[in-house]
Design a protein around this ligand. Structure first.
Ligand code: ADP
Ligand code: MG
Length: 401
């Protein structure tokens, strides 16, 4: 895989460089303002290096899940504004992805200038399963540039036009963020220092069962919290009230528990409430006694102690997925407690996942206390599963370079 430095050493002054970045930041539902700009900040080193080298920088990115057509709700406008603030220079936003306005704006770029294309997912072809459809968009994107840099680590597991197909059409390199993420993931997968402890939470068990399956043989302990713990608790025979439950995954969870022996560690208590709201009365109950009609929305204080003890002697930790509904104040303590325990680890601590990374920042924890905060949840999980990531495979193919 060629690095950004390889590209810079060949000289990029005056050349048009298309950079796929991950600017998929969370927005406040009511105001539309950015609630966590971590991904924008993570994109700066590559963009700044290219600008300093005199490249004409064309940035492609997606935001949210628009339905393959322009939708003002998902415009990159707030992102362009924030990116401009962070770069210290206004960032122009094209009105389209790779249409007339994008072409006109790219033609006007001078050396060291940058333009942001509108949300690539405004084009249905971006995420199409049809190679020809994606290819047509990739052709138009490639027409905007001489070189391609992929720095969108959070999207490398997607076979999308701006991630995969366009890299086949231009000389390409991996950006600084992609390089750094890969460096850390390689340390997690090649002979990690032990004990190696993985903490998983978040909402969807079915998304994460594959990674549990792949990690079980490699880890010393796997701590499971968040919404996904209830399917495991159900597999142990506990009632889970109205908590998140994926009934069709209970059997798989039962098998995983049997295989793992005591290496899978589940919560011992949970914070319950009658509904998903910030102004409700909460109760802490042991996992054996979750009342009907109550939802488990966070792990309880005893669980934080248990998980903290399990993390105490760890030398390598990967944490993905909040322990509770950290967006609501009454259900933050579990995530905060586990985040503190992960930060205190004497060794390599990696946080992966958009919501987990946002939780670290929103709960006021010190980002520098972690070895690495990954910008890509799905991508890092798929890497740890040992799956092939299309965006990386295509970068490693140097035949077009
Ligand atoms: P990440 O983005 O870090 O990979 P996920 O997207 O898998 O994490 O999960 C994050 C979401 O999980 C958060 O929005 C959080 O509110 C939710 N969540 C955590 N615990 C629970 C729970 N007990 N019940 C419902 N949702 C939960
Ligand atoms: Mg998420």
């Amino acid at each position: 895989m060629r690095s950004l430095d390889d590209l810079l050493s060949e000289g990029v002054a005056g050349r048009r460089v298309l950079v796929r970045t991950d600017l998929n930041v969370p927005l406040d539902k009511a105001t539309g303002s950015i609630t966590d700009d971590g991904r924008i900040r993570a994109s700066l080193p590559t963009l700044q290096a290219l600008r300093d080298a005199g490249a004409r920088v064309v940035v492609a990115a997606h935001l949210g899940r628009p339905k393959g057509a322009p939708d003002p709700k998902f415009s990159l406008r707030p992102v362009a504004a924030r990116l401009g603030e962070l770069l210290g220079a206004p960032v122009a936003l094209a009105a389209d992805v790779a249409g007339d306005d994008a072409r006109a704006r790219v033609a006007e770029l001078t050396d060291g200038e940058l333009v942001l294309l509108e949300n690539v997912r405004f084009e249905a072809a971006e995420t199409s399963k049809d190679d020809a459809e994606r290819g047509e968009l990739a052709d138009r994107l490639a027409g905007l540039a001489d070189l391609y840099v992929d720095d969108a680590f959070g999207a490398v597991h997607r076979k999308h036009a701006s991630v995969y197909d366009v890299a086949q059409r231009l000389p390409h390199a991996a950006g600084r963020l992609v390089a750094r993420e890969l460096d850390v993931l390689t340390r997690l997968t090649t002979d990690p220092d032990r004990p190696y402890v993985v903490v998983l939470g978040g909402s969807k068990v079915s998304d994460k069962l594959a990674v549990i399956e792949a990690l079980l043989p490699k880890v010393d302990r796997l701590l499971v919290g968040g919404g996904m713990c209830f399917t495991f608790l159900a597999a142990q025979g506990h009632g889970v009230g109205g908590s998140l439950l994926e009934a069709d995954q209970v059997d798989t969870c039962r098998r995983l528990l049997a295989e793992a022996g005591n290496r899978i560690v589940l919560p011992v208590d949970v914070v319950c409430a009658p509904e998903f709201s910030a102004d409700v009365e909460t109760t802490v109950v042991p996992v054996e006694a979750i009342p009907d009609g109550q939802l488990g929305l966070d792990v309880g204080p005893r669980t934080v102690e248990v998980f903290g003890a399990e993390l105490g002697d760890a030398r390598t930790v990967f944490w993905n997925g909040p322990m509770g509904v950290f967006e609501l104040e009454p259900f933050q303590a579990g995530t905060r407690g586990v985040a503190r325990a992960v930060a205190a680890v004497d060794g390599l601590s990696v946080v992966g996942g958009g919501d987990s990374a946002a939780a670290v920042r929103q709960l006021g924890l010190d980002e520098d206390a972690y070895g690495h905060i990954s910008t890509g949840g799905g991508a890092s999980l798929e890497y740890l599963e040992g799956r092939e990531l299309p965006g990386l495979t295509v970068l490693a193919d140097r035949s077009g370079n």
